[in-house]
Design a protein around this ligand. Structure first.
Ligand code: ZN
Length: 465
């Protein structure tokens, strides 16, 4: 009997890994890193309950690190088969993993030098040297439509509208001449967002198991026009002589902010202020966003066709090197700084916050999901101080939460996505959500659709069909 084991993103939003065992084969969908609380991060150091050498196939839904960031460990531990993903996901994963390996090296060195780690001997989970062996195993699968991974595993991919290349996957398993179908929602994006297409619901005619993400399973995003909201904040902060720091992942939200800032400038709704994108990888990611036209929505495609450069603001600076990054500290006039990581768990944004949080004229815009245990969540919940590089920094800057910039569907959008299914799933598991969010979505699904729904539990194995 085919079964599926939740090796991550069950009871939390990170560490996505689902193991399918059927017809004597093992297939892993996603291989994410755990982020957030110490308990979760501890899991990254433990071996998988399945020997990586025995896994036959691996397929990725999208490039975000909570879906790919553990690949270097899996490969180091002996996985040596093919990793399938669509072309955009392969390219983005390469950029992200290199950055992740590099950041971990930098942080470990810094922690050793300045002794701010909780660990006596801080160690990197992996380094840049572990990345190439992963990239060598990656092979492209189509952006949309059908693809046979093997005689027993067939996939159909659908645009999930979450980040470039993001997919929902429909897996058909053939075992002893019988077919069973598992639908993996992946991370579901927003309807009517800028740049990307709307999420598409898979069209399977049989669904034995549905895994549905529940990041915002208990919440709606605030209503309101993102352009208007961002314009208001920029005008307010610039007027009082402050600067804006936006913790954002170099992929996805960075491009969204650049697009909207450019629009606001064009419409003369904000003054022209310098925008610093402080990330060694943001420019490569932006190039990829422009390159992969198959993911562009109509408005974005039209602007490009008209010869525009929809992601290029009037005064744009890219900080690639650490020196470039440090120079931004000297900018005393109003500016906008976009820098990773989005949940303030690491990366160069830490330096910008250490430098600017203490000034009440400044502002921090939180645009994405802030997981439990992260500094981003602490800011969101009104922390008066933040611990950065072993020192306590007062939070005087204005903190603005803008759910409009989330790359994740809100509760209604998740329900809308599920409403699009053509047959009721025999069983649904809520994944990729903190307990309260997953439970809330489970209840909504049970009430509205009357489907058999449960919250996925870490390391639980369930039967398919
Ligand atoms: Zn994601």
């Amino acid at each position: 009997m085919a079964k599926l084991t939740f090796l991550g993103a069950a009871g939390c939003v990170t560490g996505s890994k689902y193991l399918v065992e059927a017809a004597g084969k093992k297939l892993l969908v996603d291989c994410g890193i755990f982020q957030g609380t110490d308990d979760l991060k501890e899991r990254n150091w433990k071996p998988l309950p399945v020997d990586p050498k025995t896994i036959d196939y691996l397929v990725l839904t999208h490039a975000h690190l909570d879906h790919t960031g553990w690949l270097p460990v899996l490969v180091r531990d002996g996985f040596n088969k093919t990793i399938f993903a669509n072309p955009a996901t392969i390219e983005l994963t390469g950029i992200l993993l290199k950055d992740s390996g590099h950041l971990q090296e930098e942080e470990t060195e810094d922690a050793q030098k300045h002794k701010w780690s909780k660990h006596a001997q801080p160690k990197a989970l992996y380094t840049s040297a572990d990345i190439d062996p992963v990239l060598r195993l990656m092979k492209p699968m189509p952006r949309s439509g059908g693809f046979d991974v093997s005689p027993e595993f067939h996939f159909e991919s659908y645009d999930a509208g979450h980040i470039l290349g993001s997919s929902s996957l429909e897996l058909t398993i053939t075992e002893n001449g019988k077919k069973s179908v598992v639908v993996f929602s992946g991370d579901i994006g927003r309807y009517q967002q800028v740049i990307l297409n709307d999420p598409k619901t898979p069209t399977a005619k049989q669904i034995d198991l549905l895994l549905c993400e529940s990041t915002y399973g208990d919440r709606e995003h605030e209503a309101g026009d993102p352009l208007q909201m961002l314009g208001d904040v920029v005008n307010r902060v610039v007027k009082r002589g402050g600067s804006i720091v936006i913790p954002a992942f170099a992929i996805g939200r960075t491009q969204t902010f650049m697009y909207l800032l450019k629009e606001l400038e064009n419409l003369q709704r904000i003054p022209k202020v310098p925008v610093y994108v402080d990330s060694p990888m943001a420019l490569s990611a932006t190039d990829l966003y422009l390159k992969h036209k198959e993911d562009h929505d109509l408005v974005f495609a039209r602007e490009e066709q008209n010869g525009g450069d929809p992601l290029n603001v009037h005064e744009f600076h890219l900080a690639r090197s650490v020196e470039d990054s440090k120079k931004i500290n000297d900018v005393k006039t109003p500016c906008i700084i976009i820098s990773a990581s989005g949940m303030v768990t690491g990366g160069r944004v830490l330096h910008h916050l250490a430098n600017r949080l203490g000034d009440a004229r400044n502002c921090v815009i939180l645009g994405g999901f802030q997981a439990e245990g992260t500094r981003g969540r602490a800011l969101q919940e009104g922390a008066k101080t933040l611990s950065l590089f072993g020192r306590v920094v007062p939070v005087c800057a204005e903190i603005v939460e803008m759910g409009q910039f989330s790359a994740h569907a809100g509760k209604n959008e998740l329900m809308r996505w599920m409403t699009g299914l053509q047959v009721p799933p025999k069983q649904v598991y809520m994944t990729h959500g903190e307990p309260q969010a997953a439970q809330s979505l489970q209840q909504a699904v049970a009430e509205k659709f009357r489907w058999k729904a449960a919250v996925a539990r870490y390391l639980d194995a369930v039967e398919i069909a």
